[in-house]
Design a protein around this ligand. Sequence first.
Ligand code: ADP
Ligand code: MG
Length: 320
Amino acid sequence: MSNNSEFNLIATYFQSHAQQAQHVVHGIGDDAAIIECPADQQYVISVDTLNEGIHFFTDTPADAIAYKALAVNLSDMAAMGAQPVWFTLALSLPRVDHDWLTSFSQGLFALAQQYQVALIGGDTTRGPLSVTIQIGGLVARDRALLRSGAQVDDLIYVTGTLGDAAYAVAMQQQQQPLDNYFIQCLQRPQPRLEIGRALTACATACIDISDGLAADLGHILERSQKGALLYQEQLPVSAAMQALQLPASQLSDYLLYGGDNYELCFTIAEQDRTRLEALAQHWPCSLTYIGRITNEPGLRVQTMDGVIHTVQQKGFDHFV
Ligand code: ADP
Ligand code: MG
C-alpha cells in the first residue's frame, strides 16, 4: 500500500494521536463510532467548515488552520454551556503534503488534549482545501444556554475584548504589517468553555460572537423577541486596539461589526449581577457589562453624549 494511501494518512496523522475518552465506546477504525449518553444529560451537536480563501488566508500555517477549525466548534459548545466530548474531522486535501499534515495534526491534537475532546472519526478526500469539524458535547438535561431566553431589563455582558480579529483580517487584506497580538486573536481564539458552563447557572441567553456583536446579539434579540440598548463607551477595547488611535467611527465599526471574535455575549437578570461578577473574578479574561434588554425592538447604541443611534444588525463583512 502506498505511503500516501488514504488509510495510511488516517493511521499516521489522526488515528495514532486520537485519545481515549469517557463516553466513547468505539472511536476511529470502524464504519462509525459508538458513543454513550448518560441518562441525566443531553447531547449538544454542532458542525463548522473552514474553506481556504474564504475562512482563512492561503498562507495560514497548517497548525493554525487545525487549531481554528476545532476552536470555533469548541466555541459553539461554550455558547451552549456544554462540555465537549468528541469531534469528527472531514478533510478535503488538494494533495498529500506530509509536512503540512504533520503540522495540521500537531495543531489539532494540542487543542484537543487541552480540552480533553476525542477525535472519533472522519473522512479524508481529495479536493480544494477544506476542513469540517463536527463536535458533540454534553449538558445536564434542559440546562443548555439558548438564544431565546433574554427578558426585558436583563443585563447584557461580553467576555474579553471586541474587534481585534476583524482588525487583523482588514490589515492582512491590505497587506499591512501586523502586531503578533492581532495575529493571535485571529488565528488562536480561546474558546470560553469554563465560562459557558458556569453561565448555565445564571444566564438567560447566550451566543458566541462569530459574525460580530451587532449580528450575534441580533440573533438573541430575534429569538427572544426583544430589543437592546448598548452603551458605546462600555464596549471593551483591547490595549493594543486603543494604542492604534483609530478614528472613533472606525473603532466603533470594529467593535460592533467585527467578526471572527469568539467571545461570549450573554444576558442575565439584574438580581444575578453580584453572583456573576463574583464568578468572573476567576475567569481568564475580562467581563464587561455593555447594555440592557429592552421591550422596544431593534438594537440601539447610546454614545457618551447621550445620543441614541439605531444599529444595523449585520456582521462586519471581511471578505467583500
Ligand atoms: P468508510 O469508507 O466506511 O466511510 P473510511 O475509509 O472513510 O470509512 O474511514 C475509515 C475510518 O477512519 C473510519 O472510522 C473513519 O471515521 C476514520 N477516518 C477517516 N478519515 C478520518 C480523519 N480525517 N480523521 C479521523 N478519522 C478519520
Ligand atoms: Mg468514508
